[in-house]
Each structure stands twice: as structure tokens, then as C-alpha cells.
Design a protein around this ligand. Sequence first.
Ligand SMILES: NC(=O)c1ccc[n+]([C@@H]2O[C@H](COP(=O)([O-])OP(=O)(O)OC[C@H]3O[C@@H](n4cnc5c(N)ncnc54)[C@H](OP(=O)(O)O)[C@@H]3O)[C@@H](O)[C@H]2O)c1
Length: 218
Amino acid sequence: MRPYVIIYVTASVDGKIASVSGYSRFSCEYDLRRLHGLRALVDAVLVGVNTVVRDDPLLTVRYASGRNPLRVVVDGRLRIPENSRLVNDKTSKTLILTSRHAPPDKINSLLSKGVEVVVLDVVGYELPMSKVLLELSLRGVKSLLVEGGGETIWGFVKEHLFDEFRITISPYIVGGRDAVTVVGGNGFNTDLEFVKLILRDVTVCECGSEVHITYSRR
Ligand SMILES: NC(=O)c1ccc[n+]([C@@H]2O[C@H](COP(=O)([O-])OP(=O)(O)OC[C@H]3O[C@@H](n4cnc5c(N)ncnc54)[C@H](OP(=O)(O)O)[C@@H]3O)[C@@H](O)[C@H]2O)c1
């Protein structure tokens, strides 16, 4: 059985998760506590490599108490910077999932730094999220928090591979066509496809000037 998948984003009211220049600190302290509380509950937390390049996140539990989850990066071309905190911070394990096109020298260098790198058997650079989830469940991961960014979230949404979609709407309007949106990718080919994916079981939590919405699919 695949892991239980929670997608979590914090977005501006116009649905952006980062500005063109990369600003993405939309969370208030309450939102950070909620996000870190979830990190403490799940087995693993996952981001795409652009988020690592742009934000250099730690993905540990700091605004709540509890254990750190396994940190997972989807990185088909193995672009992760070797000086990133996910590579060098030892407070939790980091697993990078990549493709056969990853440069062997870089794989070896990352392994020597204590990072686990797994090459998935796929054609091309794109790792289907069904294979990502299979790999994680083989490692005992039963619950996964997907924190973004937009391209990575699309990988889960397009295959309908999530159980909860959680979004905090924060009081900013970013504007612009080139800012990063909650869900990237090419979008569904037909309207029928997204209509079929209608989200139900909504709960809404207001905190200060933010609103947190949880949609559950199970
Ligand atoms: N506000 C929030 O809650 C929040 C949370 C997280 C991130 N962010 C922001 O989001 C921005 C980044 O989002 P993004 O959409 O540009 O990028 P992203 O989702 O972080 O990373 C996308 C990249 O990761 C690799 N990747 C993702 N899925 C893959 C797959 N299935 N197979 C193989 N490789 C895969 C690809 O790398 P290649 O291009 O090399 O193939 C892809 O271009 C950052 O600015 C960050 O600040 C905001």
C-alpha cells in the first residue's frame, strides 16, 4: 500500500507560493507551528529540487516538538547543490531520488557526504510519483508530507496520488504571470479530468489574518 500523502502549501490570496524573485515566506508563526507539527507526525517530507536551490530548506521540526522525518528530494537530473543544507545537515537523513541520467561523479560525492541517492529505473528524467511512492513504501514510509514546489505538487496531483490537500491562504497579493503557482506543470488535458478530481470533506480554520483549508480525499 502506498504512503498516506498530504500536500501542504502556503499561498498568497492569488494562489502564488513564491514571487518571481523567489520570495516565499508567506507563513505566519501559527502556520509554521502547524506545518512543523505535521512534519513531526509523518515518516517523510518531500520537496522538488528547485525548492532546495531557491530556499535551501532544512525540513526539520523546529516550531513544534517531535522527531525529524526522513527528507526526500525528487531530482531527476541531480541538480541539488552540494553545499545545500539538506546535503550537509546531519540532524536527519536525506534521500535523493534521481534518474539514470544523474552524473555518476556527483552521485559518489553525495554518497560520500552521507546522503542516500537512489536511481529509479525510469526512461528519461521524470520520475513518476507512483514509482517514488513505491520506493518510499519499500523503505517503510507510511505517511508523506509534500511541501512543494508547484512542479512537484503537479506530479502528485496529475496521478491523483494524494489523500489530503492543505493550503494556508496568507494575506498577500503577489500578482504577475511568472510567479510560482500552487500547482505547476501542464495541467489536465481536459476539463473532465479536473472535474473528476473534485475535493470534498473540507475543514476551514481561521487564524489571525490567515485561513487554513484541509480537503480530505479518503
Ligand atoms: N509557499 C510554499 O508553501 C512553498 C513551498 C515549497 C516551495 N515553495 C517555492 O516554490 C518554488 C519552487 O517551485 P517549483 O515549482 O519551481 O519547483 P519544485 O517543485 O520545487 O522543483 C521542481 C523541479 O524538481 C525536479 N522534479 C520535480 N518533480 C520531479 C519528478 N517527478 N521527476 C524528476 N524530477 C522532478 C525537476 O527538476 P529538473 O528541472 O532538473 O528536471 C523540477 O523542475 C521556490 O521558489 C520555493 O520558494 C513555496
